[in-house]
Design a protein around this ligand. Structure first.
Ligand SMILES: Nc1nc2c(ncn2[C@@H]2O[C@H](COP(=O)(O)OP(=O)(O)OP(=O)(O)O)[C@@H](O)[C@H]2O)c(=O)[nH]1
Ligand SMILES: [Mg+2]
Length: 242
């Protein structure tokens, strides 16, 4: 992976026309996020001048889907079955050649969408937002320690240093999404980084800002953390056997 700033791995791979916001889908799982969804969708609209497609896979019992629909997002209804089930569906529902994931909780910087697109245009297949680079002070301590531990575990098993395995904000070329069979639920975010890296795709981590969450968390840090650790070990071992 390249995160040293010179872009040496992938820059030469760029060819043809560059992707614009017209080529971008921003996708998310949404589960009772009425405190945040208006701001998140307004930010995407403002930053991309209304050009990006937005897909919300929604399991809410509050007004989240109505707010999303009013703001022009494509809303796919789904029984709540966990983070990964929703985000996988959202990734596969996206129509455009570049797909960015986010959480719908106003933690991730939509202002950095142009940077993500820029790194894809430089030839990277996956661009991963590293929340820990700037310290992630807004993150609860337990989550921050857990996220450092997940990154250490994944780095050890992959034989390559990764810094934030559980970030919710990444950009992917559509081919990557379509070429891999995704299996994890709570651990999907880690899987979405590990399998492309293990298969030789060009992956780059970039520093991102991370804000305090609006609304209630949907993740239990203990059961969720255990599920993520298990997914990291399982996915790394599966990739070694391929
Ligand atoms: N449709 C759907 N969305 C979900 C489900 N579980 C979580 N989500 C969404 O997935 C995203 C991630 O969930 P979060 O609660 O933010 O999890 P987290 O980022 O690990 O935890 P925080 O640090 O509290 O933000 C949010 O946009 C949720 O609304 C689900 O079962 N169904
Ligand atoms: Mg979140």
């Amino acid at each position: 992976m390249d995160s040293d700033g010179d872009g040496s791995d992938a820059e030469s791979a760029t060819s043809g026309d560059e992707y614009t916001f017209d080529d971008l889908s921003v996708v998310m799982g949404t589960y009772n996020e009425e405190a945040a969804i208006g701001t998140v969708l307004d930010d995407i609209e403002r930053v991309t001048d209304g050009w990006a497609e937005v897909v919300c896979v929604d399991g809410s019992s509050d007004r989240t889907p109505e707010i999303a629909d009013q703001r022009g997002a494509r809303v796919v209804r789904q029984e709540p079955q966990g983070y990964g089930v929703a985000v996988r569906e959202a990734l596969l529902a996206a129509d455009r050649p570049v797909v960015v994931t986010t959480d719908c909780d106003d933690t991730y910087p939509m202002e950095q969408l142009p940077e993500f697109l820029d790194w894809i245009n430089r030839g990277y297949d996956v661009v991963s937002g590293d929340r820990l680079y700037w310290g992630a002070e807004a993150m609860p301590d337990l989550n921050r320690w857990g996220n450092h531990a997940f990154a250490a575990l994944a780095s050890l098993l992959l034989g390559e240093r990764v810094h934030d395995t559980t970030t919710g904000m990444r950009a992917y070329r559509r081919d990557v999404i379509e070429d891999v069979a995704w299996t994890e639920n709570t651990g999907l975010s880690a899987e979405l980084l590990i399998r492309p890296l293990a298969r030789g795709y060009d992956v780059r981590e970039i520093p991102i800002e991370y804000d305090e969450r609006a609304g209630e968390t949907k993740l239990d840090p203990f059961t969720g953390g255990a599920a993520i650790a298990k997914s990291i070990v399982k996915v790394c071992l599966e990739e070694r056997k391929r």
